[in-house]
Write a protein that binds this ligand. Sequence first.
Ligand code: ADP
Length: 224
Amino acid sequence: MNEMLVLEGLRKRYNTGLPNEITVLDYASLTVGKGEVVAMVAPSGAGKSTLLHIAGLLDSPDEGQVRIDGVDYAGKNDRARTAARRRDIGFIYQFHHLLPEFTAAENIILPQLANGVPQAAAHARADTLLGHVGVGHRSNHRPAAMSGGEQQRVAFCRALANGPKLLLADEPTGNLDPNTSDRVFEALMSLVRETGLSALIATHNLALAARMDRVVRLEGGKLV
Ligand code: ADP
């Protein structure tokens, strides 16, 4: 089986008070292969975040299926979905969401400890990841002492801390200036390739999208 993420016939509507119901996803389908990096391009408001939340088991569709590494989560309870989120999925948002009172390394160590990884191994992994994205020298700094690009590199490391199978990213370089964005994206891609991760990465940036394996557009609630 070469599929990591399968989204099949996803439908999602928001009822903002009849007759204002809006259909955000209208039978959207997508398959992301193992080790494949797919760019999702969509104008703001098209439903990118909704789709990523459903793919990441943070939200449920009204209709349709989400399969991750062969497991269908349609009928699964919250516990199974939470476990899958912790174990299998890494998230990156436009804003880094690092914990401000902890250092860069601690931000990567904590999720590992929560997952039962021993201290020494968690430290070693944090060092490796930070070094890989070029911020090893920042490991003892708190987020506030880092640039936006550095903060986002640390957030990438945190998303990969527990060795997920699937990476979901919502405009991961959207907050950065174009020059920084380019280099930070390069660091992310190198990390993804190194670990053989599958990824679905939403971006407005067509030049970045073109550097991924495949580009899909979210249009009229469908992926094309
Ligand atoms: P994107 O990430 O592409 O900007 P979103 O997925 O955030 O788009 O939102 C898609 C559409 O769904 C927007 O029109 C938004 O206003 C609407 N929407 C999102 N979440 C809700 C909600 N909880 N209730 C009502 N409408 C929502």
